[in-house]
Write a protein that binds this ligand. Structure first.
Ligand code: SF4
Ligand code: SF4
Length: 369
């Protein structure tokens, strides 16, 4: 933890893209800007952008900057090991993909009641602690998506876990499914530094409904993201807030208020609470666009994209959403109504969304004809 310079990290799950590939030139500019302004924390996982996030970090960060100038976090994800014997070769492939010989943090990825047992059965935690003892990992932690009691159980069984990454933002703070506040309280009780993911909830707190945006505009303006990120960073014990920045422009906005970070004042906090009320009344689908569900769908349904256009239609009553449904995000055989209800997507969704039911709603809205 000693190397950490600031409380704001570069989440590399949503790097800028050019078609199917990472926009390497823009990513280099973002990496250099980030480091030049005194930030040094980078977060990736093998599954991010189908393996392209790790490779982009090698090209843009690790091959161009000194190892002591950045902190790199990677993760052990469920889909990449069936037995304990698979873990070390996978870990080694991650080091090579990233072009480093150690990770500063190695997190057991997306822990929750459904996959925790697999990690235990494969002695994944024990393997990570061995890697730490060998100097290939500096700190072992978890990223977590489930109820607070499951987090408490994991930290009871593995007290050696050093840091916990949780989803934390003003909309999920008291959400009964995500339980941001309760998970945060477990971390505090156990004295674990917290890494925040999804502070802008997959972009939902950036592109605000008009009524919500007006609340911030009437206060003193500033980007909607600034309120969301400063909200998360303002709680005691928040070691790092990660932002999945997708452009240099987004990064410049984020850095402008995180360079000399100030927590929200009382008036700003009151405005945030009003914005929460606006969202509550809209009943939007709380998808964070992590895209974990997409790869395994036998019908290749663009689940998060369909949810996004459903939300866009609710927020803006946007006729354009119908065009996006028909001509951009669906093909014959992969429309919402083509879901065969196999449930694979729901088993992997960290937000525990009832995807099958939601897709029926999407079909009703967009396939009326
Ligand atoms: S339940 Fe439907 S959307 Fe989910 S993986 Fe199966 S076919 Fe795809
Ligand atoms: S539906 Fe769930 S798994 Fe799929 S992108 Fe949204 S949050 Fe992620």
């Amino acid at each position: 933890m000693e190397k950490i310079k600031k409380n704001f990290g570069f989440g590399c799950m949503r790097l800028p893209m050019q078609g199917e590939d990472v926009d390497i030139e823009q990513t280099k500019q973002m990496v250099d800007t980030f480091l030049a302004q005194g930030f040094n924390y980078f977060d990736t996982a093998h599954g991010y952008i189908q393996g392209k996030s790790e490779l982009a970090l090698k090209e843009c960060l690790t091959s161009r900057h000194n190892r002591e100038d950045y902190i790199l976090t990677n993760k052990l994800s469920e889909g990449y090991f069936k037995t304990q014997a698979d873990i070390r070769p996978f870990f080694q492939s991650q080091l090579e993909a990233c072009g480093v010989d150690y990770f500063d943090f190695y997190l057991m990825h997306s822990q929750g009641s459904t996959n925790y047992q697999h990690f235990k059965d494969c002695r994944a935690y024990e393997t990570a602690f061995e890697l730490k003892a060998e100097g290939k990992v500096r700190h072992v932690g978890i990223s977590f998506h489930d109820r607070a009691e499951v987090l408490d159980q994991i930290l009871t069984e593995y007290p050696q876990v050093e840091v916990v990454q949780i989803q934390f933002n003003y909309l999920d703070y008291d959400d009964i499914a995500v339980q941001s506040r309760k998970c945060y309280e477990v971390c505090r009780k156990r004295d674990k530094p917290v890494l925040v993911m999804e502070p802008v909830k997959g972009g939902s707190l950036v592109n605000l409904p008009d009524d919500a945006k007006k609340i911030f505009d009437d206060l003193h303006g500033g980007s909607p993201a600034s309120y969301a990120i400063r909200f998360a960073a303002g709680f005691p014990g928040m070691m790092m807030v990660l932002s999945g920045m997708s452009s240099l422009e987004q990064m410049k906005d984020n850095l402008s208020y995180m360079k000399d970070f100030q927590p929200l004042n009382d008036a700003e906090m009151a405005a945030v609470h009003q914005v929460v009320e606006v969202f509550r009344k809209m009943n939007l689908i709380p998808c964070t666009v992590c895209r974990y569900c997409v790869e395994g769908c036998p019908r290749h349904i663009a689940i998060p994209d369909l949810f996004a256009i459903m939300n866009t239609k609710s927020i803006h009553h946007d006729w354009n959403a119908d065009y996006y449904y028909e001509d951009v995000h669906t093909k014959p055989g992969s429309r919402a109504s083509d879901c065969i209800r196999c449930g694979k997507c729901e088993r992997i969704c960290p937000q525990h969304l009832p995807i099958r039911t939601l897709l029926q709603d999407v079909a009703k809205e967009f396939e009326k004809k």
